[in-house]
Design a protein around this ligand. Structure first.
Ligand code: UD1
Ligand code: MG
Length: 435
């Protein structure tokens, strides 16, 4: 039978100092527990998540997966035992993972499950640069795991051990739940430690082995500083994947990607670009420095920025240009169209080849509702035009600079909507105090 997994996520995450449950803090725009669930789904046929009694947001985030509530937070061993009604009768292996340990790859989980064939209990271990407060893995003369000692309970000598417990174990279901039922809480924290199943397994004569994996995958997140380190790790791997896919980054460490950012081949990214969720950038697009994109599609050959903001619902068609200090929201900019300077384009449909002059604003909101602006193919909107929506400007229409357009403009027409200039001869500036 395929192995099953229990993910522990009932802890309060006190060291985060947050109202949000720890495992909902995002990495690359996705709650950390979703990263872990993603890896688990590649390996485990069934996943049960242990949550706390007052975490409706967490239950929503992991739905429709099976959830069990740990009513009292009595420790990681007690938390794992809560899954017994679901998995106690499971014919096969069960792994226990921690929700605050979200970067484990599916390959490492496969290695864990594979190693179980030749041992009674397997755990994942690492040798972090800073062993900090991780549990230390004590090996015996045969290099098998003798026990794990929690930092709080460890002697100075034990704290000097570099091999640390990552917090992932795997054993046959029947054994695991029997051991969990037998552990006590006689330790520094008065908690039921999951790690104490090792002594139970050893007492029954089982081999307990540690599978080592890189710290980058196994780091736990207990504080904002550790969250930032994990974010850096995720960003590094997302950028590496994007570059492997053919994107050029002039300064990779300044580009912030989202877990679902899609970048095509021959995309050029200048420094300092932020991608929020749901962005697709097609082949041959250039995104210039200091741009911010979310919920948008940028099609082949388009040029964005510098200093552009693309908000959700924006579609930039092929070879269109969005220049500096231009914001788009729920707007389609047609193929080859240009909005190069200082504009707000919201709830608009802009035809192919249209030119949007500097300072053009779609006045899409009347204080109550949003309204649409349509601009036809090849239209030319003069600088500093206000388009008071709902309004339509026809194909190849010309709107004079400085116009306030409140009525539709037909195809091929010229619209001028501004005060006429008055010239008064001799009334020029005479210098200070001489008017
Ligand atoms: C734990 C391990 C430690 C390991 C480290 C790796 C134990 C006793 N210690 O320590 O050996 O080096 O992880 O990151 O297991 N949780 C519950 N219910 C509880 C308590 C915790 O669901 O009653 C959950 C938490 O939400 C968290 C996970 O279990 O996701 C781990 O708990 P945490 O308090 O972070 O343990 P660590 O001190 O990090
Ligand atoms: Mg932890």
């Amino acid at each position: 039978m395929s192995p099953a997994a229990i993910i522990l996520a009932a802890g309060l995450g006190t060291r985060m100092r947050s109202n949000l449950p720890k495992v909902l803090h995002p990495l690359a725009g996705r709650p950390m527990i979703q990263h872990l669930i993603g890896a688990c789904e590649a390996v485990f046929g069934r996943i049960v998540i242990v949550v706390g009694p007052d975490m409706p947001a967490l239950e929503d985030a992991v739905a429709p997966r099976e959830v069990v509530v740990q009513r009292e937070r009595l420790g990681t061993g007690h938390a794992a035992l809560q899954a017994a009604p679901f998995l106690g009768g499971h014919q096969g292996d069960v792994a226990v993972l921690y929700g605050d340990n979200p970067l484990i790859s599916a390959a490492t989980l496969q290695a864990l499950v594979a190693a179980r064939q030749s041992a009674g209990l397997v755990l994942l271990a690492m040798r972090p640069a800073d062993a900090a407060r991780y549990g230390r893995v004590v090996l015996d003369a045969k290099s098998e795991v003798a026990r794990i000692v929690e930092w709080a309970d460890a002697t100075a000598e034990e704290r000097a051990i570099g091999l640390c417990n990552a917090g992932v174990i795997c054993a046959p279901a029947q054994d695991l739940f029997r051991w969990l039922g037998a552990i006590g809480n006689n330790n520094a924290k008065g908690e039921y430690y999951l790690t104490d199943v090792i002594q139970q397994a050893r007492a029954e004569g089982k081999r307990v082995v540690a599978v080592e994996a890189p710290e980058a995958e196994l780091r736990g997140i207990n504080s904002r500083a550790e969250l930032a380190q994990a974010e850096a790790e995720v960003q590094r791997s997302l950028r590496a994947a994007a570059m492997a896919g053919g994107a050029t980054m002039l300064s990779p460490e300044t580009v912030h990607l989202c877990h679902d950012t899609k970048l095509g081949a021959d995309v050029l990214l200048e420094p300092h670009i932020f991608f929020g969720p749901d962005v697709t950038v097609e082949n041959g697009v250039t995104i210039r420095a200091f741009s911010h994109l979310e919920g948008c599609v940028v099609k082949q050959g388009a040029v964005i920025g510098p200093y552009a903001r693309l908000r959700p619902g924006s579609i930039i068609e092929t070879h269109a240009h969005v220049g500096n200090f231009v914001e788009l929201k729920a707007t389609t900019l047609g193929a080859g169209a240009k909005a190069n300077h200082l504009s707000y384009l919201g709830d608009a449909m802009i035809g192919a080849g249209a030119n949007i002059g500097a300072g053009t604003i779609t006045c899409n909101y009347d204080g109550v509702a949003k309204h649409r602006t349509e601009i036809g193919e090849g239209a030319f909107i003069g600088s500093d035009t206000a388009l008071v929506a709902p309004v339509k400007v026809g194909k190849r229409a010309l709107v004079a600079a400085g116009s306030v357009i409140t009525d539709d403009v037909p195809d091929d027409a010229l619209a001028i909507a501004r005060g006429r200039q008055a010239v008064k001869p001799g009334r020029g500036f005479k210098g200070k105090g001489k008017r």
